[in-house]
Design a protein around this ligand. Structure first.
Ligand code: MLT
Ligand code: MN
Ligand code: ZN
Length: 293
């Protein structure tokens, strides 16, 4: 299995275009920038799937050699997209893929509905390409090309803000556990982890690599920064400080925190406090890294 980490920032990226905070200023100065959360995964190194489609997708695809088109064609190794949520930072890039001859998108029922109603990327794409939409149901594995299998698990009912008018549903946010035919590699991707549930425990058991929610370092980080009242658990993001004890109790996998918000001091260049992470087998994910399992 191969995993190319295309982007590791939460919505807005690092630096964020309109933000002059210390972290964003440092990112501008040092060039240690982060593009928005997105992953590419392949079972056989030939057929590739995107997990989420970030607003930075065009640049991310151009920087990933394995996703380049076959010379002389408009065919690329990209076989489809799996979504972990309907959030804008995970779906705006779908519009970037409109030049594709065809596009397969896997999403849960509420996310699929949101992408046809509140944010109608489905109908928009239909004017440009043939898009095939498949409903993802937590607990039901999705068999993909190249021997890749994606096992979705539910991560909660946090709706995108633009979809406030749509009904409650337990499957607004999902994670995926990836396995491969005839191989033993196991990887987990969960950029939106509201809480450490038994489903998360089952997903990380026996995994080689776990990419997980690193949006905020602490639960009160955003409130402190913005003077607002929004705490990270209510936003669907368990803070790193609160997930670390779970990691420490489940040694084995390599844990990499991703979807880092620009308020998170761990998103910067040589951040403080990484000794605690290392002690739990964890580190901060970096844009563009390739993991061969
Ligand atoms: C999230 O991860 O919670 C969302 O992407 C936040 C947002 O940018 O609206
Ligand atoms: Mn996000
Ligand atoms: Zn900032």
């Amino acid at each position: 299995m191969r995993i190319r980490v295309l982007g590791t920032a939460a919505g807005g990226g690092l630096p964020q275009w309109n933000c002059g905070c210390a972290e964003c200023a440092a990112a501008r100065r040092t060039g240690h920038a982060r593009s928005q959360d997105c992953l590419a995964v392949s079972g056989d190194g030939r057929a590739w799937y995107l997990v989420n489609a970030s607003p930075d997708l065009r640049t991310q695809l151009l920087a990933a050699p394995e996703l380049a088109p076959v010379p002389g064609t408009r065919d690329t190794p990209l076989r489809g997209v799996l979504l972990t949520s309907g959030e804008l930072d995970h779906t705006l890039g779908l519009l970037t893929l409109r030049e594709a001859a065809g596009l397969t998108v896997h999403a849960t029922a509420p996310v699929r509905r949101a992408l046809h109603e509140a944010f109608p990327v489905g109908p928009l794409l239909a004017a440009y390409t043939r898009a095939d939409w498949h409903t993802v149901t937590p607990g039901e594995p999705v068999e993909l090309a190249g021997g890749l299998r994606a096992e979705p698990f539910a991560l909660g009912g946090k709706r995108p803000r633009y979809a406030a008018g749509l009904p409650d549903h337990a499957d607004w946010v999902t994670g995926y556990r990836f396995t491969e035919d005839g191989g033993c590699a196991r990887a987990v991707y969960a950029p939106g982890l509201a809480d450490w549930t038994p489903a998360v425990d089952r997903a990380v058991a026996g995994a080689d690599l776990v990419l997980l929610d690193g949006t905020f370092a602490t639960a009160d980080e955003l409130a402190k920064r913005t003077g607002g009242a929004r705490r990270s658990p209510g936003m669907g993001h368990l803070a790193v400080r609160d997930s670390l004890p779970h990691l420490a109790r489940r040694p084995g996998p390599r844990y990499l925190y991703t979807h880092l918000n620009n308020t998170n001091p761990l998103a910067g260049h040589s951040p403080p406090g990484t000794a605690d992470l290392a002690a739990a087998g964890a580190a901060i994910a970096e844009d563009g890294t390739l993991h061969e399992l």
